[in-house]
Design a protein around this ligand. Structure first.
Ligand code: EPU
Length: 420
């Protein structure tokens, strides 16, 4: 496993470009299964989760070409099985999104429990209930799930008991080829869902209401070939903003979409942060004083759970009592232990509620990257810490941030990758 060695304490400067959104690209790759016509995708981030999903698609018979950086063509005309590989699916949560298109086009799918970051309970009960409403039969044996709809899926009305991003994207895709009209109520409103729906509609799907909490999807017989450009990654944008503020640097973040991070910007502005915002770029200005913050994560458009761990690193630098409440996942605050080892003063009231007594200097330490977002938080902490840090298990960071070491070096971070 690779590790990062970071010499912290330097001011950063210059421009850093945001890559395509992981959580958009993964769902577009899954959507390639809905049609035997080819798809081309641009601005795909070159990250491990994309490589894993491409391996899964290839394993079941898809042909993927990757002629240049960020550009992929995918044809799923050759799919020969609906059994997803047991060794790969447990490595990423997004693999579950394949179940919607497979069930819709081939009327069956067999798969093990999908993996992903260890950040709390990630059940699939909403997927099961949703597919059942659309006429699928469900079986589980020895940890392997099987959905079958011998006569194809049909429309129906399904009210989500809890807002779920991937369940929304999966059931929406399943409904695209179902017989009749499907109403999905209390769905997620993330911008990645809106752009996914727009893309599917450009192929002939009939999805209405994306971006709101209610979707109406009229099934169609088939989809056409498609061309899609992946939207900028809003979580990467938030991560870079936090890096700039935590290191008190002037940094310009380019190729981003500030309209997708209005709540994080609003919260940071209320604390005293200053930004110059343009259509596709944003400059973060150095600060003299920031006020303590109280932040609770929420579904979009609220403050994203994926931005919570980077933000907490900034909060260690704001004097006073800061608070973070993590409402989405049960185990997503345990990395704060590592920040404490680096010199932070964070008190865990409950596993989902921490008080950060900010204004403490951080010191370089040897830490691990427990999951993707806590991993980038460790990188940000190491960038502002005095002395040398070593961050292990950087595969977790490579899952979602493209060549982060190279890109951070270009703005002045003293970081190197050591391969074992
Ligand atoms: N949930 C259920 N039952 C289900 C599905 C979800 O109870 O069948 C619960 C989960 O346990 C959780 C809540 O619903 O408490 C929300 O989970 P959601 O399903 O929305 O999460 P996800 O779709 O699995 C996506 C992103 C995550 C991001 C969340 C929330 C992808 C591949 N993953 O996960 O991204 O944190 O939405 O915004 O899109 C990341 O990129 O680092 C990441 C973890």
């Amino acid at each position: 496993m690779d590790k990062f060695i970071i010499q912290g304490g330097y001011r950063l400067h210059g421009n850093i470009a945001v890559r395509g959104a992981k959580n958009h690209a993964l769902k577009v790759f899954a959507a390639s299964v809905l049609t035997d016509q080819p798809m081309t995708v641009d601005n795909v981030p070159e990250i491990e989760d994309i490589f894993r999903l491409a391996e899964i698609l290839t394993d079941i018979g898809a042909t993927i070409r990757h002629p240049r950086h960020g550009h992929y063509t995918i044809s799923t005309a050759g799919i020969h099985t609906t059994h997803l590989p047991k060794n790969l699916v447990p490595r990423l949560r997004a693999a579950i999104v394949l179940t919607g298109p497979l069930l819709a086009r081939f009327h069956s799918v067999v798969f093990p429990h999908p993996g992903g970051c260890a950040i709390g309970r990630r059940p699939i009960d909403i997927f099961i209930a949703g597919f059942k409403t659309m006429g699928a039969r469900f079986q589980e044996r020895n940890g392997v799930y099987r959905f079958q709809a011998p006569h194809g899926l049909h429309g129906g009305r399904f009210v989500f008991p809890k807002v779920s991003v991937t369940a929304t994207e999966t059931l929406m895709q399943a409904a695209v080829l179902a017989d009749g009209t499907t109403e999905l109520v209390n769905v997620a409103r993330e911008p990645e869902i809106l752009v996914l729906a727009n893309y599917l509609n450009s192929q002939g799907a009939q999805i209405h209401g994306a971006g709101t909490s209610e979707l109406t999807i009229t099934g169609v017989a088939a989809l056409r070939a498609g061309q899609c450009t992946i939207m900028p990654d809003r979580i990467e944008t938030v991560s870079f903003i936090v890096l700039a503020l935590a290191s008190n640097s002037r940094l310009t973040i380019i190729d981003c979409d500030p309209t997708t991070i209005e709540v994080p910007l609003q919260l940071l502005r209320a604390s005293g942060a200053k930004f110059t915002v343009h259509k596709n770029s944003l400059t973060v200005h150095p600060w003299k004083k920031l006020k303590p913050m109280v932040v609770a994560t929420e579904e979009y458009p609220g403050f994203p759970t994926d931005g919570q761990s980077p933000l907490t690193v900034l909060l260690t630098q704001i004097p006073g009592s800061n608070e973070v409440v993590e409402t989405i996942y049960g185990d997503r605050l345990f990395y704060t232990d590592m920040l404490n080892r680096m010199g932070a003063h964070i008190v865990m009231h409950t596993p989902q509620h921490v008080i950060i007594h900010g204004g403490t200097a951080l010191r370089g330490k040897q830490v691990e990257s427990p999951d993707l977002r806590a991993g980038i938080a460790m990188v940000i902490a190491a960038c502002i810490a005095q002395g040398k840090s070593e961050i292990g298990n950087v595969y977790q960071i490579d899952r979602g941030y493209e060549a982060i070491d190279r890109r951070l070096r270009s703005i002045g971070v003293h970081i190197r990758r050591v391969s074992n």
